[in-house]
Design a protein around this ligand. Structure first.
Ligand SMILES: *[C@@H]1O[C@H](CO)[C@@H](O)[C@H](O)[C@H]1NC(C)=O
Ligand SMILES: *[C@@H]1O[C@H](CO)[C@@H](O)[C@H](O)[C@H]1NC(C)=O
Length: 617
């Protein structure tokens, strides 16, 4: 280190006039280096320093700087650079008098109470939220003396609250021995937990800090939320308390990343000089994460400016208070409306279990709640359509002119006639029957009639993401004959408990394609919802050959339900296909007759039809 230290110093004084004689002891640098070697909390960072010191000892040029404070600054930056630790400081203080910690004066209780009340702020906020601010963390010795008073004046007022905000934004000092006390008031008496390990360099020993099984007064129930507020000024012992409780998953830390100080800083005199070196002599290693907050600081769970931390914590507490009702309401909605009754009941029960197990107790914002709820619902049900959703209001109906409709239809449908008079029809979404009805004539004229007189048809649903199922019966009907009605599917509606038969229609706009001509439907894993219902029906009826990929395995179009007054919405599939003869397409998709990659499916279909039609000639 001394070598590097010396280099740094040389650079700093480069260009300065040469000093005539040394003002400070020639051993100053060596003495500083030795103190660092013997006391710095991370000796592993100093490996190899001994050799450097020996080499640099002879060079005393820097010591010619006559100004002690200037030299101290130069030495500080040298030491900090060498060890990569800004916590080390060299100072020059000819008048320094070491602080002797005064014995706590034997104040009469009233006076002691008054002193405590000025250093501790206590409040009970709206909603029975406790607020406790402590700017200095007391050590064991002091705590023993004032404990009963603290319990009486402060703690007993906090105990009945239903959540606590512990404000450490201004806590820049404290005593190491206070850590187990503070942490233990927020943990259970048993089992005793290993909360921290402190390595002390001068003694070269590591001490385990354990939670305490006996405490004065009662503990704050572990079922009540605890929030710790932090700022960039939260330093030392307070950081340790925040880090311990965060890693124990007992507290939610809200605010700024903390200072990254040290559990223990000492100021040591350098030989017989007026120079002092201040340095961290112990360090904390968290047993849960095997990491430390020192130097890096504690990263909050919720990072906000220190000045916004209190309001943020209150908002989180209020949100969490609503969570049980939101989960309960979601469970009932699913039990009462989910298409498959027994699955709905099962999901509802498991959701309640998750709530009871505390799975929702670490929610920090509405987005987080929605994301978690959605993921849980999909995992529990295996249904991608059962999830949270945004409630985007339907766009107001647009008054299209006939010309605009024609344009719209041209964009929405692709039709073509290939070689060998093979028709091709592609559309990427199903429309609602009532909405399609008034424009059915336009669709027939501009799309349908182009492919009507072909010898075979390819319906391309590879990009069809579904939509309402109300037009399915009508669309299917074009591929059957008008003389007899066919039962296509039975749709069970869970909220009403009714089953509707899906039958071919006897009246259609335009002319039918009929039941005789070849029909191929192209699918991909994107093909979903109403499109899958169509593919499923046509496959079940033996009316079409399916080529492509297994479809998405989505569901009948879900309905949107508001969850109470929470402004959270659930998308719940409420209808299912007739499952009396086994699973339908819902959740599993429709398997093609001929598997093919989506990109290749059209060529496969053309090849089959060409062969077939050419063979007929
Ligand atoms: C320091 O200087 C002395 C005499 O000038 C020399 O003998 C010694 O080897 C030097 N030490 C180092 C480590 O360079
Ligand atoms: C600290 O103690 C360990 C044994 O517990 C020893 O191996 C190590 O060398 C010591 N380190 C220092 C810097 O004295």
């Amino acid at each position: 280190m001394a070598n590097i230290l010396f280099l740094a110093i040389s650079l700093l004084i480069l260009g300065d006039v040469a000093f005539s004689h040394a003002s400070f002891p020639p051993s100053l640098i060596e003495d500083i280096a030795k103190i660092v070697m013997d006391n710095y909390c991370s000796p592993e960072k100093l490996v190899g320093m001994k050799e450097d010191i020996a080499a640099a000892t002879n060079n005393t040029e820097v010591l010619n700087i006559p100004d002690g404070e200037l030299l101290a600054n130069i030495l500080t930056s040298g030491v900090q650079t060498t060890v990569s630790d800004p916590r080390l400081q060299v100072s020059y203080e000819p008048n320094y008098v070491p602080v002797v910690r005064p014995e706590l004066p034997p104040l009469p209780p009233e006076q002691l109470a008054a002193v405590l009340q000025t250093s501790i702020k206590l409040d009970v906020l709206e909603g029975n939220i406790g607020y406790l601010r402590i700017d200095h963390i007391l050590g064991e010795e002091v705590a023993d003396k004032v404990g009963p008073l603290l319990v009486d004046l402060v703690w007993n007022k906090i105990l009945p609250t239903s959540a606590l905000i512990f404000d450490l934004r201004y806590t820049g000092s404290g005593d190491l021995s206070g850590i187990p006390y503070i942490v233990s008031y927020f943990t259970q008496a048993e089992p005793v937990i290993h909360i921290d390990s402190i390595y002390d360099r001068p003694s070269n020993t590591t001490t385990k800090l354990l939670s305490m099984s006996t405490l004065l007064g009662e503990r704050y129930s572990i079922n009540k939320p605890l929030f710790i507020l932090t700022s960039k000024n939260t330093n030392g012992i307070a950081e340790d308390v925040a880090f311990c409780l965060k890693n124990l998953k007992r507290a939610t830390v809200v605010g700024e990343k903390t200072a990254g100080g040290s559990v223990k800083v000492d100021k040591l005199k350098v030989g017989n000089t007026d120079f002092y070196i201040t340095l961290p002599t112990a360090k904390s290693i968290n047993p849960i994460t095997a990491s430390t907050w020192e130097l890096t600081g504690v990263t909050p769970d919720v990072e906000v400016d220190a000045e916004d931390a209190l309001a943020t914590a209150i908002a989180i507490i209020n949100l969490r208070a609503q969570v049980p009702a939101i989960i309960e309401e979601s469970a009932s909605l699913i039990a009462n409306n989910y298409a498959f009754e027994s699955v709905g009941a099962d999901v509802a029960e498991k959701l309640r279990d998750l709530l009871a197990k505390g799975e929702f107790s670490t929610i920090n914002d509405k987005d987080g709640l929605e994301t978690k709820l959605s993921a849980d619902l999909q995992t529990l049900s295996g249904d991608k359509s059962l999830k949270t959703t945004s409630n985007t209001p339907a766009l107001p109906p647009v008054d299209y002119s006939p010309e605009m409709y024609i344009e719209l239809i041209k964009i929405s449908f692709h039709s073509d006639v290939f070689e060998n008079n093979i028709g091709y029809l592609r559309f990427d979404m199903f429309g609602d029957f009532e909405e399609v009805k008034p424009i059915a004539q336009i669709i027939v004229e501009h799309v349908w009639n182009k492919v009507l007189n072909t010898d075979a048809m390819i319906i391309d649903l590879r990009n069809n993401v579904g939509g309402p199922t109300t037009a399915i019966a009508g669309f299917c009907s074009y591929f059957f004959d008008g003389d007899k009605q066919i039962l296509l599917d039975k749709l069970y509606d869970r909220p009403s408990g009714t089953t509707t038969e899906l039958l071919t229609l006897s009246e259609l706009t335009g002319v039918r394609y009929g039941s005789k001509k070849s029909l191929i439907i192209l699918t991909s894993k994107v093909t979903a919802g109403a499109a899958e219902e169509f593919v499923y029906i046509m496959k079940k009826q033996g009316r079409a050959m399916i080529i492509g990929e297994t479809t998405a395995g989505a569901s009948h179009p879900p309905k949107v339900f508001p969850v109470g007054e929470s402004n959270i919405f659930l998308s719940i599939p409420t209808v299912h296909s007739d499952a009396s003869a086994g699973p339908t397409w819902e959740g599993v998709g429709v398997k093609p007759h001929i598997p093919a990659a989506a990109e290749a499916a059209l060529e496969v279909a053309k090849g089959i039809l060409n062969k077939h039609l050419e063979g007929q000639q």
